[in-house]
Write a protein that binds this ligand. Structure first.
Ligand code: 0WE
Length: 262
């Protein structure tokens, strides 16, 4: 098919082979996109290098999104290799571990709240602003990853739910801002996936099991499936889709009671 042939796409958030960003990179590579990647620090750089290599890319840039200088440098560096940018995929989220374990009202701190919102939501618009000169006039597309915890409460997701709610509103405001110049902004709200980030979450196995048992498709989604939806949204097959949050969750969000107990 190669429906991304000729598209230049930057992917942020590859941390391991299990990352959702890795599933997205593989699907986009398969569909003919040219890819570039960022890594947060030298420790993660090696793993990102391997995955970039698999996807035929040697374009790797450091970027810690809490640092305005690094965001600026990223697009300066990218402009030295590419004359423009067609897509940016934001797969970044973080809340301090203490925020994701325990009762919401009891464990949420001012500092944890600010960090979660800065890294998980603010960074998307900060990157969009810095990417704007490279994306102008190319009918490009920005994509981020959300989770149902933005819309519904669940145990332990806590302040990340607020940060994802902010991120989804960010998608709509960014879509309104960038739409007039032809750039589309969307999110995928993915079902839970066992990644490196998730392995730091207590009882994640139990949550995955609950999710599979209560999903219309009776299973969890794969990073391949999320990757395919991401490739579609960043392609010219999706030129009418803007400001949207697309659920790739096997239908979990559509039920009030997925199954009866046992
Ligand atoms: O958005 C996420 C997780 C993002 C995340 C994960 C971590 C773990 C390590 C953000 N910050 C951190 N900080 C760490 O220190 N998901 C959708 C996966 C996830 O995480 C949960 C979930 C689900 C689902 C945490 C609690 C409850 C459910």
């Amino acid at each position: 098919m190669a429906f991304l042939r000729g598209k230049k796409i930057l992917i942020l958030g590859v941390a391991s082979k299990l990352s959702i960003a890795t599933g997205i990179a593989r699907a986009m590579h398969r569909e003919g996109a040219e890819l570039a990647f960022t890594y947060q620090n030298e420790r993660l750089g090696k793993r990102v290098e391997d995955i970039a290599g698999e996807c035929g890319s040697d374009l790797l840039f450091p970027c810690d999104v809490t640092n305005d200088g690094e965001i600026g440098q990223l697009f300066q560096d990218l402009a030295n290799s590419w004359d423009g940018l067609d897509g940016l995929v934001h797969c970044l989220a973080y809340a301090p571990a203490g925020e994701l374990d325990g009762d919401y009202v009891d464990v949420t701190t001012r500092e944890g709240f600010l960090t979660a919102h800065e890294i998980s939501s603010y960074s998307f618009v900060a990157l969009a602003r810095a990417a704007k000169p490279l994306m102008e006039g190319r009918n490009g597309s920005l994509l981020t990853l959300s989770y149902l915890g933005a819309m519904r409460s669940l145990p332990n997701y806590n302040v990340m739910g607020l940060a994802k709610a902010s991120l989804e509103a960010n998608v709509r405001y960014m879509a309104s801002s960038l739409g007039p110049e032809g750039t589309r902004v969307n999110a995928i709200s993915a079902g839970p996936v066992r990644t490196l980030a998730a392995s730091g979450v207590k009882s994640f196995r139990k949550m995955l099991d609950y999710n599979a048992r209560n999903t219309p498709l009776r299973r969890n989604v794969t990073t391949d499936e999320i990757g395919n939806a991401a490739a579609f949204l960043c392609s010219d097959l999706a030129t009418g889709i803007c400001g949207e949050v697309l659920y790739v969750d096997g239908g979990f969000n559509t039920t009030a009671m997925g199954s009866l107990p046992q």
